[in-house]
Design a protein around this ligand. Sequence first.
Ligand code: ATP
Ligand code: MG
Length: 140
Amino acid sequence: MAVERTLSLIKPDATKRNITGAICKMIEDAGFCIIAQKRVKLTYEQASRFYAVHKDKPFYDEVCVIMSSGPIVAMVLEKENAIADYRTLMGATIPSAAENGTIRKQFGESVDKNSVHGSDSAENAEQEIKMFFNELEIIG
Ligand code: ATP
Ligand code: MG
């Protein structure tokens, strides 16, 4: 399996509850290296660009409002098979459907407060990482 990089975001619902350290511990305990990390706050426009893939969905406006409602922690994670493995570690989008041992099972409160984001393909990982980090900020 190839070593991959993926973008992880700790969402505003989680930064508000002061659980960023607990989430990072789960990520590191699962074997991911955090090779870039910053705390940022998106504008509504930046969140809209980030979630543009969902622009025709009924929840688009709501998810953009939520993602720009407070600070987020953006990270680049590196590991073999990082993209799929981080999706597995996050768990299902709806926290009540997430498997035991996943971040969303442990910390997610609802579909719109599900605590974390993870890239869903190699192409999106590359694009999303570029939205948050330049080359100098990624130290593998
Ligand atoms: P993310 O992209 O945040 O990692 P995901 O890939 O599991 O989550 P997506 O289908 O990409 O899920 O949806 C993006 C986000 O939009 C979800 O994380 C969730 O917060 C929100 N969302 C998805 N479906 C709904 C819905 N039916 N109602 C409200 N919000 C939703
Ligand atoms: Mg998604």
